[in-house]
Design a protein around this ligand. Structure first.
Ligand SMILES: Cc1ncc(COP(=O)(O)O)c(C=O)c1O
Length: 393
């Protein structure tokens, strides 16, 4: 029996720990035992953080920039984030409508916690990023699952959205390019979703564009705040440096939205992390203000790896994947293998036994498949594909 002192809150009891982190931890533990495991479960670029970013972090420490900052980030950091939103996403926003947090994750956490009341509904297309439904449940909200599949490009339709919205709907969470599917919404589809949202003025939209610089189809990135400017006063756009600039460990995320929501998020942040790390903010300023030309080269590397994985997976009987347009994930369908393995968790464990760590689709609200992160070098991807083929062959 659990001792009375060890009871967790009802809010915590409503959520489960991240399945992606669990698989990564498991792969690390097996490696520590001496097993040869290729981990394709983690969502971070394998590239080194750019030198000029590291130099800026060191310079900040040497200059004594090691104290508390303003709750929502330094003026310099907010200006750099506003530059990023305008230059990279096309969202013109004054620095006062921008806030900085410890990773994009904290921005999303604070936005939802600051606005959800018990019973409020949050519409989330699935397969989804693991943290969305857990944060919603922690905040007391109700998750409304909007399932998508490969045949529809893992994107929701306007009709689907219209049918999911109720008087209790508070948020729609959109993620483009998406984790775990790579699905990327074209401008026309966002405009059509915006048409539905116009009829529901209480609904806020969280547009998670953290993977926007990692796209493989030529042309500009489309985002709801630009496609539907009349809705901008209820859109929170989240971005950051974690994925684009290989800075996951720095923990800096940025968000742009209406002033009341930014103020609400900062009110909460003033009592949670207090402020984002001063050193990390200096590094993120360098990331946004410094050279961006390496991004094109990184994208090319990711595109080559994507093509390698897509071709390799589609050549394995029982497995198939569409070609993702962005981010660095493939959502693989393994439905034909389910009679043999039972469910996708069992398949994930079987693949781990064969030396490859991936995450089962059910961890993302999907089914009968798994996600591969192709943010690994070509040699490891090739060997992983060989092991997967051997494991299910
Ligand atoms: C879709 C999505 N949004 C947000 C985040 C959070 O990123 P950060 O590391 O900046 O907190 C992630 C990270 O995995 C992600 O995949």
């Amino acid at each position: 029996m659990t001792p009375p002192s060890q009871g967790v809150s009802q809010a915590l009891a409503r959520i489960t720990a991240s399945r992606t982190t669990a698989m990564t931890d498991r792969a690390m533990a097996l490696r520590a035992e001496g097993r040869d495991i290729i981990s394709l479960s983690v969502g971070e670029p394998d590239f080194a953080t750019p030198d000029h970013v590291i130099a800026a972090a060191k310079a900040a420490m040497d200059a004594g920039d090691t104290k508390y900052t303003a709750v929502g980030g330094t003026a310099r950091m907010k200006a750099a984030a506003a530059l990023h939103f305008a230059r990279d996403l096309g969202i013109a926003v004054p620095p006062g409508q921008v806030t900085i947090s410890a990773g994009g994750k904290q921005a999303i956490f604070h936005a939802l916690l600051a606005t959800l009341d018990p019973g409020d509904e949050v519409v989330i297309p699935s397969p989804w990023w693991v943290s969305y439904p857990e944060i919603v449940r922690f905040a007391g909200g109700t998750v409304i699952d909007l399932p998508t599949d490969a045949s529809g490009g893992f994107r929701i339709s306007p009709d689907q959205l219209a049918a999911a919205i109720s008087p209790r709907t508070r948020w729609l969470l959109l993620n483009s390019p998406g984790n775990p599917t790579g699905a990327t919404y074209p401008a026309a589809e966002l405009q059509a979703l915006g048409e539905v949202l116009r009829a529901h003025p209480r609904v806020l939209v969280l547009s998670d564009d953290i993977y926007a610089p990692l796209r493989y189809t030529p042309g500009r990135h489309a985002t709801l705040a630009v496609e539907c400017p009349d809705l901008a006063d209820r859109i929170l756009t989240v971005s950051g440096v974690s994925k684009s600039h290989a800075m996951t460990g720095f923990r800096i995320g940025v968000a742009a939205g209406p002033a009341w929501l930014i103020a609400a998020m900062e009110k909460l942040q003033s009592h949670s992390s207090g402020n984002p790390s001063s050193v990390s903010q200096a590094a993120a300023v360098a990331a946004f203000e410094g050279p961006q030309d390496f991004l094109a080269a990184w994208c090319e590397r990711f595109r080559a790896r994507r093509d390698l994985v897509v071709a390799g997976i589609n050549a394995i009987p029982g497995l198939s994947t569409p070609v993702p347009d962005g981010a660095f994930y493939c959502m693989i369908d393994a439905a034909p293998l389910m009679p043999r393995f039972g469910d996708d968790d069992a398949l994930a464990l079987h693949l781990l036994e064969h030396g490859v760590a991936i995450v089962a689709a059910s961890g993302f609200g999907g089914r009968d498949g798994f996600r591969i992160s192709f943010a690994a070098d070509e040699a490891r991807l090739t060997e992983a594909l060989r092991r997967i083929a051997a494991a299910v062959g």
